[in-house]
Design a protein around this ligand. Structure first.
Ligand code: DGT
Ligand code: CA
Ligand code: CA
Length: 573
């Protein structure tokens, strides 16, 4: 899809914001703002002008430099200059620009006077009445900011996938047992297994005029009904989660399911393929030139009209899946059944809630062949990290338990802190005794990209190092990813025979989908682990598997799909 003028203007405005926050030359700031304004009002598409080789410099406010930037955006959809600026301003501060009424100038005042760096700090200060005293602010501004903040939270609140799993299942069960209901399915980001979902999208088809809408709005967890109609209703649950329900005729079910599953970008690309074939594609079906419906009942029919195989929802992000399908090269995505064990968990010996025995038993019940016990090292005090001696004693306990266990093998491991200088928080003579060594960043999250990358690679230089656990250290909605040159890290891991973890904790899901794909393309193996802190959490593997599938991973791309002997061999560097 060609870049729109609005997108180009938004990039220029964002650059102006970032420059202004950094107190850059006001003339440069104004140059970007003027250009953004001009671009917005332009009646011709800049992308088109670029494509046709027209000179942009003839446009008002556009000089050589900005013309080059427009060409870059038109060609790549983004701008390196913007990315570079974004790394120079703290992400929390950039978030603050989303608050209506807070421009860069006020933002600077907030930072300089009250050291406010993110939304939480802003809210706290506003509640304490600290804003009204600042130059350029007042009681009214303070109240406006508080109101905008609460609206912003309502508007942008997304839920972790795992947070809505239970209610989504309950809704499906509830709707499926209603009289006259033929079919009920989840669509949207929930079906695509995105790590967070904005709302739930449910499709229902019925045999006759079944009173589904009445039943839907009186579902026990509904707090508020936003709208109720014959074909569509929207409710908000007590948790704040919004749910859309749409009634769909059976002849259109596949088309609607495809449309409302998305992603939007995928849909648009499919529609464009349709246009190229002289077909109209929408949520009711595929229609030929005579407006006759030629597909719609199943998703398979929809894809077949485009000459494509059906594809898994996790792939539908317009990241090359349509091209892959056209060439018959869709990945055979990994499933939970392909995994033979879990390589990251904690017991009561560090910060876990269950004993070694309980974890082993639960893992065995899940059908695992092996489970690595990986307690924290002592640098991580909050997690009651182990000293060298306590880890050695723990190894004895694991050896003793392995003597008794049948059908499952516990691996001796550690989740060792990677210290700021890249050294490991455990002496080599202890690491030597282990089957597996995970290294992880738990401190100094804010280092520059260069330092953070060097730190991790230095850790991997230790020949005992096997797996980089939760590589980016991000916590969804709580902590941004560390600045790391992921390509460099992956190349370094590959060269040293290390691999990267996909941590399945719902708030981590780290590696993310894009990075999983990056690893696969390099031939770097990924380990999918739970980082379970209780026996229950061993079931989190399903979240990690979903993320892996979004990253196109297949069985062979994942190390813990191997049998124990092959796994142990692969861990030898
Ligand atoms: P969410 O709810 O923000 O996590 O993300 P989605 O993907 O569930 O998005 P949502 O709920 O707004 O819409 C559900 C699907 O409906 C979306 O994935 C694709 C489709 N859809 C929504 N708006 C449009 C649109 O403007 N054009 C097209 N082609 N499809 C759309
Ligand atoms: Ca949705
Ligand atoms: Ca929706």
């Amino acid at each position: 899809m060609a870049v729109t003028n609005a997108e180009i203007a938004a990039i220029f405005n964002r650059i102006a914001d970032l420059l202004e926050i950094q107190d850059e030359n006001p003339f440069r700031v104004r140059a970007y703002r003027n250009a953004a304004h001009m671009v917005q009002g332009l009646s011709r598409s800049l992308a088109e002008m670029v494509e046709q080789g027209e000179t942009l410099e003839a446009l008002p406010t556009i000089g050589k430099d900005l013309a080059a930037k427009i060409r870059e955006i038109a060609a790549t959809g983004s701008l390196r200059k913007l990315k570079q600026l974004q790394t120079m301003v703290s992400p929390g501060l950039v978030d603050l620009l989303k608050v209506p009424g807070l421009g860069p100038r006020r933002l600077r005042t907030l930072r300089d006077y009250l050291n406010i760096q993110n939304i939480e700090e802003l809210e706290k200060a506003a509640r304490q009445g600290l804003l009204r005293q600042l130059p350029g602010f007042g009681v009214k501004t303070e109240q406006n900011i508080l109101r905008e903040l609460s609206e912003l939270q309502q508007r942008t609140r997304r839920f972790l996938w795992a947070e809505v799993e239970e209610i989504a299942e309950q809704l499906l069960t509830y709707l499926r047992q209603l009289p006259g209901v033929k079919r009920v399915e989840m669509a949207g980001s929930y079906r695509r297994r995105r790590e967070t979902v904005g709302d739930l999208d449910i499709l229902v088809s019925t045999s006759r005029n079944a009173p589904v809408m009445d039943a839907f709005v009186s579902f026990a967890s509904v707090e508020r009904v936003i709208s109720k109609g014959t074909t569509r209703s929207t409710v908000v649950l007590r948790t704040g989660l919004q749910v859309d329900l749409r009634m769909v005729p059976q002849v259109s079910f596949g088309a609607a399911w495809h449309y409302f599953t998305g992603s939007k970008a995928h849909n648009i690309a499919v529609r464009v393929m349709g246009v190229q074939r002289g077909l109209k594609v929408n949520e009711y079906g595929i229609f030929d030139k005579q407006d006759k419906r030629i597909a719609g009942r199943t998703e398979k029919e929809i894809y077949a009209q485009m000459g494509l195989q059906w594809m898994e929802p996790e792939l539908r992000e317009q990241r090359g899946e349509l091209e892959a399908a056209a060439q018959g090269r869709l990945p055979k995505l990994i499933t939970e059944n392909d995994l033979r064990g879990d390589l990251h968990c904690h017991t009561t010996t560090s910060d876990g809630q269950d004993s070694l025995e309980a974890m082993a038993k639960a893992a065995q019940q899940m059908g695992h062949d092996y489970l690595a016990i990986t307690e924290h090292s002592q640098h991580l005090r909050v997690a009651r990290g182990l000293s060298a001696d306590t880890l050695l004693a723990h190894c004895d306990a694991i050896d003793a338990l392995n003597e008794k266990l049948k059908g499952i093998r516990l691996l001796k491991g550690v989740e060792v802190d990677i210290l700021e200088d890249g050294s490991l928080d455990m002496p080599d003579y202890v690491l030597q005794r282990l089957d597996i060594c995970l290294g992880a960043i738990h401190s100094a999250f804010g280092l520059s990209e260069q330092k953070q990358t060097a730190r991790v690679i230095r850790a991997m230089d230790n020949p005992r190092f096997n797996v980089l656990a939760h590589p980016s250290a991000r916590l969804i909605d709580k902590r941004s990813a560390c600045r790391l040159d992921m390509e460099q890290i992956m190349d370094a891991a590959l060269a040293r025979g290390c691999c990267l973890e996909l941590n399945s904790q719902p708030r981590r899901l780290d590696l993310n989908d894009v990075h999983c794909r990056m690893a696969k393309e390099r031939g770097l193996k990924v380990v999918i682990s739970t980082d379970a802190h209780s026996a229950d959490q061993l079931g989190y593997l399903r979240y990690g598997v979903a993320q892996a599938r979004r990253g196109w991973l297949e069985k062979d791309d994942v190390l813990n799909s191997r049998r124990l002997a092959a796994l142990l061999k692969a861990l030898q560097r």
